[in-house]
Ligand binder design. Structure first.
Ligand SMILES: [Zn+2]
Ligand SMILES: [Zn+2]
Length: 441
């Protein structure tokens, strides 16, 4: 029997389990979920382009005062100290923690503005029907940077710093604090209001891709995956592309966004293992070595992450102690154990709980960046608590290890391809079916 011809533009595939889904079933409602694994496949936003442009422009206007105006002024015994976001980077460089300083610079100063700028450019071009050749590349760059701009994590760092200092100093809030708070809400709004699928559709319409209208023969079997239909889902823009036989050494590219095409993320399992094991190695020095050094009347005192948490519990601030304990100890542990469990379940073909494992992976992906909290708090304290003769604070030995733990776990989540979980399950079912057929004949 010849399978029916299907237009590729009428199909999509779930990014998590690879299930083929027809576009029509996705059209209704604001959020469309995959019927097999429950992942949100698409979100529909009204007037996404206008809203995105407005938010990006507001964010860009707020950016300079948010970064350069002082956030707060601390006053202790008549001495006053204040600092802005940029100071918290500079002080890390001064303390010779270049690696940590570069990470704080990128995540809290550089990427946030690049993200807003890219979003503005892409939105503006789409709105005015202007399609430069590198528009797909700009939008892809935005998508890749999305989780690396961390103003909201930095904001939580500011709040923790305030709570840490409110017993010791009188705190005055400066204009930078209000601009930064506004910037956090505007940045969050811009990513919520962005309808990525709509943006890609508009970009595609004007790159005159021939692939869109291509029809392919697809068996419309129940729970058919893109892989079995010989279709590749682009990692970057989500487009389905027919898997052509290419000569060796040539790279297939997505006709819409020009990203490299792979059926699954290349060497996903081994790269994820390598990254998660390196984070285990960094985890020990990150927690054993002191992360912060406080000079009080010229005498240095070191404290580890755990000391900082115990301090809050002792002073009766259980809520804040719990937040720091969660962000700096529980979250990294949960990430490492979670990823290792997922990898082991693939290795040993534990095929149950697929939906739960996919969900757990998403939680790991989502919480990754929040562990930077501790680093931001230390950078802020170092920038603001500089009362020369009385007390100063600086980052200590564990800071680069802790940063490395957060980075490696984030990269591990990026390297992992959740579809492999569902693949191994499908392979098993196939084997069972074949064995069944064999015994029946
Ligand atoms: Zn799915
Ligand atoms: Zn693509």
């Amino acid at each position: 029997m010849v399978p029916p011809m299907t237009n590729l533009s009428k199909l999509t595939a779930c990014p998590d389990c690879d299930l083929l889904i027809s576009e029509e079933t996705l059209a209704a409602g604001e959020k469309a979920r995959c019927p097999r694994c429950g992942t949100v496949v698409r979100v529909f936003i009204n007037n996404s382009i206008d809203k995105t442009i407005a938010l990006a422009v507001t964010g860009l206007l707020l950016y300079i005062p948010a970064m350069l105006m002082p956030l707060m002024t601390f006053e202790i015994m008549g001495m006053r100290g204040s600092g802005n976001v940029l100071d918290s980077v500079v002080v890390l460089f001064e303390n010779r923690h270049s690696f940590v300083a570069i990470m704080v610079l990128l995540t809290s100063v550089f990427f946030p503005v690049v993200k807003l700028f890219l979003l503005f450019i892409v939105g503006f071009c789409l709105k005015h029907r202007y399609y430069p050749k590198n528009l797909p590349a700009l939008f892809r760059a935005y998508q890749h940077l999305a989780e690396w701009g961390m103003v909201e994590v930095y904001m939580l760092g500011i709040l923790i710093t305030i709570i840490k200092m409110h017993n010791m100093a009188t705190i005055e809030y400066n204009i930078g604090f209000f601009c930064f708070t506004a910037l956090v809400f505007i940045t969050a709004g811009s990513s919520v209001m962005l309808d990525e699928h709509l943006f890609w559709q508009k970009i595609e319409k004007n790159t005159r891709s021939t692939e869109t209208q291509k029809t392919v023969a697809i068996e419309t079997a129940f729970q058919q995956t893109a892989r079995r239909a010989n279709l590749i889902r682009c990692h970057d823009c989500g487009k389905l592309v027919y898997n052509k036989q290419l000569p060796a050494n040539s790279i297939a590219r997505c006709p819409r966004c020009m990203a490299e095409l792979h059926m699954r993320k290349p060497a996903s399992i081994s790269r994820t293992w390598a990254l998660v094991l390196s984070s285990v190695i960094f985890f020990l020095p990150a927690n054993i070595l002191p992360i912060m050094r406080v000079y009080f009347l010229g005498t240095p005192g070191d404290s580890t992450i755990l000391d900082g948490i115990i301090y809050f519990f002792h002073s009766g601030e259980f809520g804040i102690g719990l937040v720091i304990f969660t962000a700096s100890v529980l979250v990294p542990l949960f990430k490492v154990i979670g990823i290792i469990l997922i990898l082991l379940s693939i290795h040993f073909h534990w095929n149950g709980w697929l939906k739960h494992k996919t969900k757990m992976f998403h939680v790991i992906e989502f919480i990754g960046r929040w562990s930077f909290l501790d680093i931001f708090v230390i950078a802020l304290l170092a920038a603001m608590v500089r009362f020369e003769s009385l007390t100063t604070t600086e980052a200590a030995l564990a800071a680069p290890y802790f940063t490395a733990v957060v980075l490696t776990t984030m990269f591990a989540a990026l390297a992992f391809d959740p579809r492999i979980l569902w693949d191994t399950c499908a392979e098993n079912k196939e084997k069972l079916r074949k064995a069944d057929d064999h015994t029946n004949h």
